[in-house]
Design a protein around this ligand. Structure first.
Ligand code: ASP
Length: 335
């Protein structure tokens, strides 16, 4: 019988009603799982629950929790056939991206899931999300960090939360879904990463100072000058379309050049969920390239942020980080 470790981090799925709104409550979740009869069905894998402390609304996730989750997976890697991480939806795509970089050479499934409606409510989407995630983790067909939600299995570092209240809350706009859960779970074999060969490698993350800047019409770049100091190691710039910035870069360019000279790695992503950055396609993006920015291609902002944390935590210098930001490490981008 397959054995799965469930790591419960918090999030709506296990929350209860409080006077201040839904909040996680320590010790409550085991009882909520015990109330789901299907989880004891002979078709289900054997599972064990590890509850993190404190339980978090995922808005409060930090590098510390990412490290804790990754360490737990690595420490118990040989004891289980797969891992299911129960997580709040708000930052699930960030955690999935971070884990995809931290856990190199995966040969077992790591499935993140959660729900939009808590298990304590009758219309909860949590039941199917847990049951199907456990079955996917036990099937052993995927060997990567993925995210299951509302019938779709997505590559973790390609996923983005796109609905605040829909039950199909995540999309993978630039990469095919890994599987669809209909009457059966249909895997798209060609879209899956190959099984990792050799031992799992764990890279813990450091709390590297990173920023995200979204451009908008009329942006006054000089207001951002004070945050673009040498303290900032990496910045993701969310540009228009295929990598365009206002004012042909006249206002932003000197700031970017200074930031780059200070050692900051600037990565250009798009505000459009779908499609790719193509630096130099328009005059308005050529300047970014000349100033030393790198292309994030079709990476999500979530993946770009997690990748910057990862590469700096590996100890690479600025030039190496720049080079690797444009390379596909875990299926996170298409060049
Ligand atoms: N605020 C919650 C969280 O991310 C939302 C959810 O789980 O759906 O933890």
């Amino acid at each position: 019988m397959k054995r799965i470790l469930i790591i419960y981090t918090g999030g709506t799925i296990g929350m209860t009603r409080t006077e201040q709104g839904y909040a996680p409550k320590s010790g409550y979740f085991r009882a909520a799982l015990d109330a789901i009869g299907e989880l004891r069905d002979p078709q289900m894998p054997a599972w064990e629950l590890y509850e993190m402390s404190p339980l978090l609304d995922s808005s409060n996730m930090t590098v510390r929790e990412w490290n804790e989750i990754a360490k737990r997976i690595a420490a118990h890697y040989d004891e289980y056939d797969g891992f299911v991480i129960l997580h709040g939806t708000d930052t699930m795509a960030y955690t999935a991206s971070a884990l995809s970089f931290m856990l190199e050479n995966l040969s077992k499934p790591v499935v993140l899931t959660g729900s939009q409606i808590p298990l304590c409510e009758i219309r909860s989407d949590g039941r199917d999300n847990i049951i199907t995630s456990l079955l996917i983790a036990a099937a052993g067909r995927v060997h990567e960090v993925c995210l299951y939600f509302g019938g779709h299995l997505l590559r973790g570092n390609r996923a983005t939360k796109y609905s605040a209240d829909g039950l199909m809350a995540f999309l993978s706009p630039n990469y095919p879904n890994l599987a669809e859960a209909g009457i059966t779970v249909r895997y798209h074999e060609k879209s899956l990463l190959p099984k990792g060969q050799g031992a799992l490698r764990l890279q813990l993350l450091e709390n590297v100072p990173i920023g995200v800047l979204k451009v908008f019409p009329g942006i006054q770049f000089d207001l951002f000058e004070s945050i673009m100091t040498e303290k900032l190691r990496g910045i993701v710039i969310e540009t228009f379309g295929a990598g365009n910035i206002p004012g042909e870069g006249d206002a932003l360019l000197p700031i970017i050049r200074r930031a780059f000279a200070n050692g900051t790695v600037l990565t250009v992503c798009s505000q459009c969920p779908q499609g790719t950055v193509s630096l130099g396609a328009y005059e308005t993006s050529s300047s970014l390239k000349r100033a030393g920015a790198v292309s994030g291609y079709d990476m999500t902002t979530e993946a770009a942020v997690a990748k910057l944390y990862y590469l700096f935590s590996c100890g690479y210098d600025k030039e190496k980080v720049k080079e690797m930001m444009e390379h596909d490490l875990r299926g996170e981008l298409t060049v």
